[in-house]
Design a protein around this ligand. Structure first.
Ligand code: SF4
Ligand code: SF4
Length: 337
């Protein structure tokens, strides 16, 4: 059988709500994008979470809710939140670093959660733990096994950087053995901790070049698909005839932080340019200069925020033309079975 990667355009009528219910975490991953100055230190109460969720209910559209942090299982009321979110009609995923605090697996039934997504940045402790922390690999893998054996649908997120790109292919047999259903290959973004160096050194430290990305990622994605795993990875580079669209203009994505900021674009999260904020349990358009002002700009390089924040990944020809436009970071390639 031949597997073909398909670009998943932004689907009208589909919405994604990424809800950071707290920013606290037991780990300190080297590429963590949580920025306490911008995203706050607080943990929302159970009541606040439920009230804020209601702001994003739209019964006419499929809404994917991703509950995350920080580490969301540190929140004791997470099982209750999941139950209420399902009642409100959300398709619910929890993103965890694998520690599963507060006896999480025994507090909910596998049927009440659509996906439990674990972060792993290497196929073994030698690769994963220098990035995510000592003993993290063993804990995460042990809890993936437990979750699968209890009947949870499990996915894995791998963030590709210079530190682990050469080990991505080794994830495939591990995921097969662990009976993981979905695999999300991410590209490291220059946000949060990864952005705390000068441009030249941070690119050298973390970012995979276009050549490396195209050589490694699609091939591993095909290998995983051939073994029965649904794979998704960011498009990143557009060919000449491919349409550029900014999700901020054509899709509904919300990135909610516990300090009340609500962004439409994840690349904007290090700056106070959030399009909305929540005040007194109401969703309010921020007004003035916000991320929406950037979405309206039409530039030859594609994504405006990429051009502003990480211009090093744009290639120009000798006449100043762009060799490859950069796609919206939310545009994905998917290999379905
Ligand atoms: S587990 Fe997630 S939130 Fe915690 S430090 Fe790592 S990247 Fe940051
Ligand atoms: S990543 Fe770029 S293209 Fe996508 S929403 Fe943000 S500004 Fe728009």
């Amino acid at each position: 059988m031949t597997y073909i990667a398909k670009t998943v355009g932004f689907k009208p009528g589909e919405r994604n709500v990424f809800f950071h219910i707290l920013t606290a975490c037991n780990l300190s991953c080297s590429h963590c994008y949580i920025n306490h100055k911008q995203h706050g230190e607080n943990s929302l109460t159970k009541e606040q979470i439920i009230e804020w969720l209601q702001l994003f209910v739209d019964k006419k559209k499929k809404t994917n809710l991703i509950l995350l942090g920080g580490e969301p299982t540190l929140h004791r009321d997470l099982p209750h939140v999941i139950t209420e979110a399902k009642k409100a009609g959300f398709f619910v995923t929890v993103d965890t670093n694998g520690f599963l605090f507060n006896d999480f697996l025994n507090k909910i039934s596998p049927n009440s959660l659509d996906y439990l997504s674990f972060s792993l940045d290497g196929p073994n402790a030698e690769v994963n733990d220098p990035i995510r922390g000592k003993s993290v690999f063993d804990t995460c893998v042990k809890n993936i096994r437990r979750a699968v054996s209890m009947g949870f649908s499990v996915s894995v997120i791998f963030t590709t950087s210079l530190r682990n790109k050469d080990f991505l292919h080794k994830m495939v047999p591990l995921l097969v053995e662990l009976k993981v259903k979905k695999f999300f290959i991410q590209v490291i973004g220059l946000r949060g901790k990864s952005a705390q160096h000068n441009i030249e050194s941070r690119v050298k430290q973390v970012q995979v070049s276009r050549e490396e990305w195209l050589k490694i990622v699609p091939e591993v994605a095909l290998q995983a698909a051939a073994r029965g795993i649904e794979v998704t990875y960011p498009k990143v580079f557009l060919d000449k005839d491919e349409l550029f669209e900014c999700a901020g203009n054509v899709a509904e994505n919300f990135f909610i932080f516990p300090n009340g900021r609500v962004y439409k674009c994840p690349l904007c999260e290090d700056y106070p340019v959030n399009a909305y904020h929540i005040e007194n349990n109401k969703l309010i358009a921020t007004g003035g200069l916000t991320e929406e002002s950037f979405f309206a700009l039409d530039i030859k390089e594609g994504c405006v925020m990429n051009k502003l924040l990480q211009p090093d990944n744009i290639e120009y020809d000798k006449d100043g033309g762009v060799v490859h436009r950069i796609s919206c970071c939310l545009l994905k390639e998917q290999i379905n079975l």
